[in-house]
Design a protein around this ligand. Structure first.
Ligand code: ADP
Length: 637
């Protein structure tokens, strides 16, 4: 039996418990949080480094791609993919390679015949109204050795013949003029003027199919940039061609857009040619909603520029940069080349045109779902480790708390036990002292009184002996040193003497035992131990029945067992305590509140003894109504 008492106050114990559980837990959470934060910062730093490296790679890829085209333009390359054109500004001229501009800021002066060469013809037409004369005059001029004069005459002859209704001849005559690009009439190439006049003639004659064909040729030549026209001339002729072809208005062609960009460049830059060294060499030019990239190459007295549409820039330059970024899991955005803007994201690195010497600003963004190299793998590991530590800490805390709780409960029970035993001892000791004092001081004068004293002393001594025996027995049982001497006995042989002895003891207190016995059964038992167990049950039945003074004892025989039931009509046992009351030192709540004395070892002993007899103790009880404790023992085979 342990006699350690709870010396520390439970408040301090709880504080200690909290210290050893809560403090490590809190530290663990704090440590985990710090580690995760560090991990997060590390990932952010790594991502940002990766982004900078990727942005550098993208910058140099873009620079390389653009430099290649820059060099080709400088070298005078004439093959360019659609969307790019190289324009050369020389004095008042602007040339395009390939001839990809729909119109030009300036129209070159084509060789034309002096106006007065046709004075006689004009007079015949307007004053004399003599078409015959007019035709004769023109036919003579057609044969001129001067190709410009001959072509111009042919053009006028075609007009006059047409107006005279000589359509076939007129058209035949005009055929070679359709190739005359380098001769002008009224500032327009004769080829264009002729084609246009032919369309007009066919329209007048309502020759729909032929007009369609002729207008298509006109449209094709205009839009392919065959002639160097200015914007208004181009639009004038194109407007008619489209009308004849019944074309819906549509988006400007690439050639028209490039022409627009060239016009803006011409307007803004040609005045500065020759002193252009300070002009930005790579920049953008906006025309309406279009953005063109311009690679400007100043030269002495002239300048050359590669003009590229956004499409060209995307497919020829940006595509390479995107390729370079793909390996680094980044996306490249050039707001100037697409309608997208730079995403407002922390994981974006912006490079400005000024810093990179590229034509535009661009942004490098981490591709969605991209993982920085060996990036996140530490996080699950950390979280997993922390979770395991937390679970371990919580489990340890739980077990520590449970162990401490048990220790406290045991300590309290032991202390209650010591108090209870002392109390139990005190009552018979007081009785003994009183009667001994009475005898010593001659208080018991007659024999009858003396006898009463002796009886009282004897009862007190028996009670003390029983008490000491119980405690010692319990101690021996606990230590496993209680020897049992089994013998074959009849159950009633054990029960009856205990019952009748006990009946005698309690009858003065007004208690009565009703004893019923079936036919008895032979059992293997240690009569002394079994008797003590039964006695314990009887003592409890009396002790916990303050109001009802009848206790029933019934021995019942079953085929293979025999049961000894002790029934009282006392305070009963609460259902929740039915198991615990068999634990050593455990005292029922009701028993304690009512102040009923006890040590809490009785039922533990009963249980111990009955188990040693290979039997069991059962309890049926209802609080306030009474209890039945039944010892069930196997019958001897
Ligand atoms: P003690 O009687 O000394 O307290 P026991 O081990 O004999 O110790 O009993 C344990 C508890 O079981 C008691 O404190 C009491 O609450 C309950 N108990 C035992 N017998 C009875 C009974 N006959 N009626 C009501 N309660 C009982």
């Amino acid at each position: 039996m342990r006699n350690r008492l709870p010396t520390r106050p439970s408040g301090r114990l709880i504080a200690l418990l909290l210290a050893i559980t809560v403090v490590p837990l809190v530290s663990l959470v704090w440590l985990g949080w710090k580690l995760l934060e560090e991990d997060r910062n590390e990932i952010i730093a790594r991502e940002s480094r990766a982004l900078t490296t990727a942005a550098d790679a993208v910058t140099s890829a873009l620079d390389r791609a653009i430099a290649i085209d820059d060099q080709r333009a400088a070298g005078g390359a004439d093959k360019w993919e659609p969307g790019a054109v190289v324009v050369t500004f020389t004095g008042s001229r602007l040339d395009a390679v390939p001839r990809r501009l729909a119109y030009y800021p300036v129209m070159p002066k084509l060789p034309e015949t002096a106006a007065d060469a046709f004075d006689a013809v004009d007079r015949a037409e307007f004053q004399l109204r003599e078409p015959k004369t007019q035709i004769d005059l023109l036919e003579r001029l057609v044969t001129s050795a001067d190709p410009v004069l001959s072509a111009t005459a042919k053009y006028h002859l075609f007009r006059v013949l047409e107006s005279q209704g000589q359509h076939d001849r007129a058209f035949r005559l005009s055929e070679p003029l359709l190739e005359a690009d380098r001769i002008g009439v009224a500032t327009t190439p004769i080829a264009l003027a002729t084609r246009f006049k032919r369309c007009q003639a066919l329209e007048l004659r309502k020759l729909v199919a032929a007009l369609q064909q002729e207008a298509e040729a006109l449209h094709r030549d205009l839009t392919s940039g065959r002639w160097t026209l200015d914007a208004s001339t181009y639009e004038l002729y194109l407007g008619d061609a489209r009308r004849w072809l019944k074309l819906d208005p549509k988006e400007p062609t690439v050639e028209e857009r490039l022409a627009g960009a060239a016009a803006v460049l011409w307007r803004d830059r040609s005045p500065q040619i020759g002193r252009t060294a300070s002009l930005p060499q790579r920049q953008t030019v906006s025309v309406g909603s279009d953005v063109f990239t311009v690679l400007w190459q100043p030269r002495p007295g002239s300048a050359r520029a590669l003009i590229a549409t956004a499409d060209y820039a995307r497919t020829h330059w940006l595509a390479r940069a995107v390729e370079a970024g793909r390996g680094a899991h980044v996306e490249v955005t050039v707001p100037a080349l697409s309608s997208t803007s730079i995403p407002p994201d922390a994981r974006t690195e912006i490079r400005t045109a000024d810093a990179t010497n590229l034509p535009w600003d661009f942004a490098v963004t981490r591709a969605p779902g991209a993982v920085a190299t060996d990036g996140r793998s530490r996080r699950p590991f950390l979280l997993g480790g922390l979770a395991i530590l937390m679970v371990m800490a919580l489990t340890a805390s739980y077990f520590i708390a449970r162990a401490v709780h048990r220790e406290i409960a045991v300590a309290r029970m032991q202390s209650d036990f010591v108090a209870a035993v002392s109390h139990e001892f005190r009552t018979p000791l007081t009785t003994l002292r009183q009667f001994t004092d009475m005898l010593r001081e001659g208080g018991a004068t007659d024999e009858e009184r003396r006898q009463l004293c002796y009886d009282a002393q004897s009862r007190a001594t028996t009670r003390l002996t029983n008490l000491v025996e119980s405690v010692l027995d319990f101690g021996r049982m606990e230590a496993g040193k209680r020897p049992y001497r089994f013998e074959s006995v009849s159950c009633s042989e054990v029960v009856e003497p205990v019952v009748s002895d006990f009946q005698r003891e309690i009858q003065t207190a007004g208690y009565r035992i009703e004893y019923h016995a079936d036919e008895s059964a032979d059992i293997d038992a240690d009569p002394e131990a079994l008797g003590r167990a039964l006695r314990n049950l009887l003592e409890n039945a009396v002790k916990y029945s303050p109001d009802q003074r009848t206790v029933e004892v019934a021995v019942t025989r079953q085929p293979s067992s025999v049961s000894i039931a002790v029934t009282d009509r006392g305070i009963g046992v609460h259902a929740s305590e039915k198991k615990a009351i068999f634990d050593q030192f455990h005292r029922g709540t009701e028993a304690r509140t009512r102040g009923i004395a006890g040590t809490g070892i009785g039922l533990a002993m009963v249980d111990h003894i009955v188990r040693a007899h290979r039997g069991s103790v059962q309890v049926e009880s209802e609080p306030g109504k009474g209890s039945t404790f039944t010892i069930v023992l196997p019958v001897r085979a």
